[in-house]
Design a protein around this ligand. Structure first.
Ligand code: FMN
Length: 199
C-alpha cells in the first residue's frame, strides 16, 4: 500500500470482528511503531498488548469512564446527539475488538511533552501499519482515566517506572461501516490547521 493511500485510507474504526489477530501480524505492526522518530532518539515508548480475559477485564473498566466523558461529549456534539449515543455504545464494549494496545512512555530528563510527542509518533506509525495489514484501529484517550489505575498496578508489579500517561488502541478487522452514520467531520480541509503565511 502506498503511503499517501494509507494516510488517507486510515479511519477510526469502532466495530470489530471478534476473530483473533495473528501474532506475526501484531509483531510486524509493533515493529513499524518503533521505527518512529523520538526525542533525542531515546525511544522511550512502551507498548502493552492485551488480549483474552485480561482484555475483557479492561473493557469492563473502560466502560466506566463513559460517565465522566458524557458531559463533555454532550457539549461538543450538542447538535449531533447520535454521536453521543454511538460513543456510549462504543465505550461499553470497545467495539468488540479482540486486541487492545496500550502505549506508555518512560520519563526522561526531557520535558514530558517531548515524550508525549514521541509516543504519539509511534502510535501513528502503528495505526498506519495496522491499516496496511487490513486491520481497523481506534486511538482512544477517553477510557484511560480508569485504565491508568489498573496500569499503575501492573506497572508497579513489573517494577518499571513507566509514566502512567497512556493511550489505548483497539485493533482488528473492521466490520462494514454503517454508511448512514458517516464521519464525525470532513477530513483534510485545507482551511483547517495549516497556515503558510505565519512563518
Ligand atoms: C489523541 C486522540 C484521542 C482520541 N480519543 C478517542 C476516544 O477516546 N474515543 C474515540 O471514539 N475516538 C477517539 N479518538 C479518535 C478521533 O475521534 C478520530 O481520530 C477523529 O474523529 C477523526 O476521525 P478518523 O480517525 O476516522 O480520521 C482519538 C484520537 C486521538 C488522536
Amino acid at each position: 500500500m502506498k503511503l499517501y493511500e494509507a494516510i488517507k485510507g486510515r479511519r477510526s474504526i469502532r466495530r470489530f470482528k471478534p476473530d483473533p489477530v495473528p501474532q506475526e501480524v501484531l509483531d510486524r505492526i509493533l515493529e513499524m511503531a518503533i521505527w518512529a522518530p523520538s526525542g533525542m532518539n531515546l525511544q522511550n515508548w512502551y507498548f502493552l498488548v492485551v488480549t483474552g480475559e485480561r482484555k475483557d477485564a479492561l473493557v469492563g473498566l473502560a466502560s466506566k469512564s463513559y460517565d465522566y466523558i458524557e458531559p463533555v461529549l454532550k457539549e461538543v456534539f450538542a447538535e449531533r446527539p447520535p454521536v453521543v449515543e454511538a460513543a456510549k455504545k462504543f465505550f461499553s464494549r470497545l467495539g468488540g475488538a479482540p486486541v487492545l494496545v496500550f502505549a506508555f512512555y518512560e520519563p526522561t530528563r526531557e520535558r514530558p511533552e517531548t515524550s508525549v510527542q514521541t509516543v504519539a509518533a509511534a502510535i501513528q506509525n502503528l495505526l498506519l501499519a495496522a491499516h496496511a495489514e487490513g486491520l481497523g484501529t481506534c486511538w482512544m484517550t477517553g477510557p484511560c482515566m480508569w485504565l491508568t489505575r489498573l496500569m499503575n498496578f501492573w506497572v508497579s508489579a513489573t517494577r518499571r517506572a513507566w509514566q502512567s500517561s497512556l493511550w489505548g488502541i483497539q485493533m482488528n478487522r473492521p466490520l462494514p461501516r454503517n454508511a448512514s452514520r458517516g464521519g464525525w467531520c470532513t477530513k483534510g480541509s485545507k482551511a483547517r490547521g495549516v497556515s503558510r503565511e505565519l512563518w
